[in-house]
Structures are given as C-alpha cells and as structure tokens.
Design a protein around this ligand. Structure first.
Ligand SMILES: Cc1cc2nc3c(=O)[nH]c(=O)nc-3n(C[C@H](O)[C@H](O)[C@H](O)COP(=O)(O)OP(=O)(O)OC[C@H]3O[C@@H](n4cnc5c(N)ncnc54)[C@H](O)[C@@H]3O)c2cc1C
Length: 394
C-alpha cells in the first residue's frame, strides 16, 4: 500500500475493498465500534480516503458488499456508506450552513485571544497535551496518520466541545485540516451532530466509563464533562432548498475534462467516457494525499483519452483560456458538491461564458436519486435504501 494504511489510488482501493469483503457482513456489525488504537483498525474498511475522492464509488463498494453478503447481513455496513450520502445530500440542500460555518471559523480564530486561556487550551488540544489520556492519544494519532476511527472521532469532538469548552467550529476546522478523508459534509455535519445542533437539543456526551470499556482499558479519562451545554450562539438550521441545477455535458461538444478531488473515477461512467475529450486538466488539491489521488486520476484519464492534450494542474482562473486554446466548447467535470472546490469554481462560471465555453457537471445517479431523501433526519433516507438499491440496477 503506497500511503499508510489508507488507499489513495483506484487499484489500491479496489484491492482494499476485495480484502475487506469477508469482514463487511455480520463481523462488521459486531466489531465496527471496537477502537483498538493506531494501526489496529482492522474491523473497519479504511476506505474513506478513497471514497471521499471517489477513487472508488459508493455504488461499487455497496454492490460488492451486497453480492458477498446480501442486504440483511450487510445492512450495517451499507447504511454507514449511506451516512456519507446523507450528509452530502443534506448539505447540498442547505449550502448556507457551509458558508455560515466558514464565517464562524474566521470569527472564532479572531477571538482566540479575547478570552483568557483560550488560545492555550486550543493549542494543547491540537498538540494532544491536555492531560486527558484518550483525547491526547487521538490528537497525536490524527496528527501522525490523518485518520481516526469513527467512534474515536465522536469522543474527540465531544470532549473538545463539552470538556475543553472550545468552539465546535474550531474543532471541525482543525480536524478537517488534518484528516486524510477530510470531507466538508461528513466532517462539518458530524461535528454539528455531536454539538447537539443537528437533531435539535440532542448532543453526544462522551462518557469515561464507556471509553474505558470500549478501549479495553487502554484509557481511563478523568474530569470529563457530565452535562452537554449545547452551544447557544450557533446559527439555526435553515429549511432545505432545492438541489443546485447544473448543466449536463453535451455528448457531441469538444471537451476539456476536468478532474477534481470530488470524483476521481467519473471517467468510468459510460456517459462521460463517450465524450469527445480534447484536453485533460485538474484542479490542484489541498495536500499530499490529494496530490497522490489526482496523479492516479490523471493517469487513468490519459489512458481513456490517449489523444487528448494533458494540460496538468490549472488554477480555476486559467480553465477557460486553456479550454479555448485546445479548441474545446465545454468543460466537463463531475458534479461539484458544496465545499471548497465548488467555492473556488463559483466565480469562474460567468467567466467561461464570456469565452463561449460551457461549464458542465455530471451528477451521478447515486446522488441524483438519494439526495432528495436527505432533507430531514437520516431515517428518511434509510427507509429508502432497499428501493434505491433496486433502482440502481434497473
Ligand atoms: C466528528 C466526526 C468527523 C468526521 N469527519 C469525516 C470526514 O471528514 N470525512 C469522512 O469521510 N468521514 C468523516 N466522519 C465519518 C466517519 O468517522 C468516517 O467516514 C469513518 O471513520 C471512515 O473510516 P472507514 O472508511 O474505516 O469506515 P467504515 O466503517 O469502513 O465505513 C465505510 C464507509 O462508510 C462511510 N461512513 C462510515 N461511517 C460514517 C459516518 N459516521 N458518517 C459518514 N460516512 C460514514 C465512509 O465513507 C466509510 O469509508 C466523521 C465522523 C465524526 C464523528
């Protein structure tokens, strides 16, 4: 495996999926919450870095697991994958939650010196030197590997908010900076959920005894908060809006194919594969993990369209001119969900028009069918899972 324990190429991700298949049924349901420490996360798939960048798609993972176990044995694993879909669909229909969160991070950073001791508490939480054994170990694991087990993420976020009394937005932002699978929807909304802002009035409170037992006595944290004071000043949840309508690629228009870290296997989809691609470019990522995944995506795209000119890394502002220079009429990319990539592209949409180039996005069936069910709680999506899985194969 090229990078730590977390596949960042499509072939490594397919291999990991294959290796994990025997564990994705009843064993996953029984053992997935066991938190055994750094390097020992054998009961979970560790596919999130690949799924987040769609080096491998949710559909490929779920199809393989269902073929092996069937839905009733693999219900737990499949519904975890749908949590990822749920958060994306939920945020897509409430884009202002992402904007408000970013603004709140800026404000919280500016206020770090306003309250005595706050900056010090924040720094020790990041470094893993708070004196709370489990929290410090998880902070160090996160810093070293970019990964934390889901259950550890829940305890970590809860201790950050309710025991250390730090703003949830700073916790979310600092975790996002460090995670190998950093995802705007899963990360921001999971932190909101722990803080008690997703399901109104219901927060997640870490419990010392439970941490002791779930970690087989590795940790015995003292001084954890016994009540969850839900942050009062946080933005209220807006009602869902409709899903952004994007122009679909024109199958006959000369195309610049744009790779982003939002979806690095969209060239596997027939509709995209059939496009007359004249040029291939990618938007630079945020870190070395993105770079590894983008290099893999670029190599595969160049194989699909061997005659296309490879423009390499472009800044958003360079795309229209590059498309025009390559004789293209459209830029085609996978749908850009709410997050930093979509934000970086937003100002470009008007500019490409001026160049006579269409900016088009391909929305996968998986998202198109599931997102409308992500308007309220997870249950609304969960009850649709069997029907969605059937529809995928029609
Ligand atoms: C505070 C907090 C922050 C989080 N931040 C992120 C993030 O930035 N990026 C991210 O991908 N996940 C995030 N998660 C969700 C979850 O922790 C990870 O997806 C999971 O730990 C990845 O490990 P795995 O691939 O071994 O998961 P497995 O247990 O093997 O699950 C398979 C896949 O299902 C999806 N999945 C599983 N659990 C969840 C979940 N609770 N929410 C959403 N998707 C899930 C992931 O895509 C995962 O790869 C966060 C959870 C919490 C509590």
């Amino acid at each position: 495996m090229a990078d730590f324990d977390f596949p960042l190429t499509r072939s490594d991700a397919l291999q990991r999926l294959n290796d994990f298949l025997p564990h994705a049924g009843a064993a996953y349901a029984r053992l997935r919450n066991k938190e055994q420490g750094q390097g020992q996360h054998v009961h979970v798939s560790r596919l999130s870095a690949a799924l987040r960048r769609r080096l491998i798609s949710e559909q490929e993972v779920v199809d393989a697991v269902l073929a092996r176990h069937g839905l009733s044995a693999a219900e737990k694993f499949v519904s975890e994958v749908f949590w990822r879909t749920y958060w994306k669909g939920w945020l897509e229909q409430r884009p202002t939650v992402w904007e408000d969160y970013n603004a709140a991070v800026e404000r919280a950073l500016e206020q770090l010196d306003a309250l005595s001791g706050l900056r010090k508490r924040y720094a020790s939480a990041i470094a893993g030197s708070t004196g709370i054994d489990c929290f410090d170990a998880w902070a160090r694991e996160l810093n070293e590997t970019g990964y934390l087990h889901n259950w550890a993420r829940m305890q970590f976020a809860s201790i950050w908010i309710f025991t250390l009394g730090l703003p949830w937005e700073l916790g979310a932002a600092s975790m996002f900076e460090r995670l190998i699978d950093a995802d705007p929807a899963s990360n921001t909304l999971s932190w909101r959920w722990v803080a008690g802002l997703h399901t109104a009035g219901k927060a997640y409170l870490a419990d010392a005894e439970r941490i002791r037992s779930m970690t087989d006595g590795r940790f015995s944290p003292a001084g954890l908060a016994r009540t969850a004071r839900i942050p009062a000043d946080s933005v209220r949840t807006p009602s869902p809006s409709s899903i952004r309508l994007a122009s679909s690629p024109d199958p006959s228009a000369a195309t610049l194919f744009l790779l982003t870290t939002e979806d690095l296997s969209v060239e596997q989809v027939g509709t995209m594969r059939a496009l007359p691609v004249k040029a291939i470019a990618f938007l630079r990522g945020r870190n070395k993990w993105d770079d590894a995944a983008l290099a893999d995506g670029l190599a595969r795209a160049a194989q699909v369209w061997p005659d296309a000119e490879v423009c390499g890394a472009l800044a958003p502002g360079e795309l229209a001119a590059a498309a025009k220079a390559a004789g293209c009429k459209q830029i085609a990319t996978a749908f850009l969900p709410v997050g930093p990539v979509a934000s970086s592209i937003a100002p470009l949409r008007a500019e490409v028009d001026r160049f006579g180039i269409a900016f088009t996005e391909y929305l996968r069936d998986w998202d198109r069918m599931a997102w409308p069910h992500c308007r309220k709680g997870f249950f609304g999506l969960k009850e649709k899972i069997p029907a969605l899985l059937q529809a995928e194969h029609r």
